[in-house]
Design a protein around this ligand. Structure first.
Ligand code: ADP
Ligand code: ADP
Ligand code: ZN
Length: 238
């Protein structure tokens, strides 16, 4: 090799290392109403990675009337979890898409130990691993109020809260003037069921990722911007 080609080799090699270091593969854990979707938008923007919400993908399928949507609708309306095999199919397909090569942020997935183990298998096959599992910790007592007050823009999907984060446009979106709506599962009865399901099925994932050494926990009672600052600091420090 000439000196020039050695220098080029080092340059390319170094840039690959830097690029790989920059890649963020993240999951967001937390009970319904913890603020996962809200934070996901800022995190995805900050690290330039796609935001993958299994809840959003399922709701899009319901809207389009797909076979998956038909299967999922009544389960979601009752506050239970959609079967693992259906969710795994969605996630596996999504992670294979090109935009996930520079990292990704999974929101609302995994939700069971079976899903977490299947995700590990998929990642192993792709020869990649997660950088962090971000756990947004919020006491159960505030979750119902958070979820019941949630309003979502029909057009752009922006999330508001009637009290904690109201739209400047009132009942229309301050970003695009779209109409705001309430999710059918954001009523007190279903939210309480979803919290129960979270405690029995999803909370064990905190220990799962702690054991893997990638868990970071943030106090989700703080303001939306403070929670984001905290997450950004945790991800950069580690
Ligand atoms: P999740 O995706 O975890 O179910 P969301 O991000 O949709 O939660 O937030 C649930 C509701 O609580 C939304 O109406 C949102 O505007 C509001 N919210 C999110 N984070 C906070 C916060 N830190 N303080 C007060 N309200 C919040
Ligand atoms: P939240 O974070 O407020 O609970 P999501 O939008 O993440 O809301 O989920 C809404 C519903 O979609 C869940 O109650 C469940 O029925 C279904 N769902 C979303 N993600 C999953 C998943 N990973 N596994 C099983 N069901 C899911
Ligand atoms: Zn909007």
């Amino acid at each position: 090799m000439t000196t020039q080609s050695v220098q080029n080799f080092i340059k390319i090699h170094q840039s690959n290392i830097i690029k790989d270091f920059d890649i963020m593969r993240l999951i967001l854990l937390g009970p319904p109403g913890a603020g996962k979707g809200t934070q996901a938008l800022s995190i995805a923007k900050e690290f330039n990675i796609p935001h993958i919400s299994t809840g959003n993908i399922l709701r899009a399928n319901i809207k389009q009337g797909t076979e998956l949507g038909l299967k999922a609708k009544s389960i979601m309306d009752s506050g239970l979890l959609v079967p693992d095999n259906l969710v795994m199919e969605i996630v596996e397909d999504r992670l294979k898409q090109d935009d996930c090569k520079r990292g990704f942020l999974l929101d609302g997935f995994p939700r069971t130990i079976v899903q977490a183990e299947s995700l590990d298998n998929i990642l192993e096959k792709l020869n990649i691993s997660l950088n962090f599992a971000i756990n947004i910790q919020v006491d159960t007592s505030v979750l119902v109020e958070r979820a019941v007050g949630r309003r979502i823009c029909k057009e752009c999907g922006a999330t508001y809260h009637t009290i904690f984060n109201p739209s400047k446009g009132g009942d229309v979106c301050e970003l695009c003037s779209g109409k705001l709506y309430q999710r059918p599962d954001d009523n007190e009865k279903t939210v309480s069921k979803r919290i129960e399901v979270y405690i029995s099925e999803t909370a064990p994932l905190i220990g799962y990722y702690q054991q893997q050494g990638i868990l970071v926990t943030i106090d989700g009672h703080q303001s939306i911007s403070k929670v984001f600052e905290g997450i950004a600091k945790l991800l950069r420090r580690n």
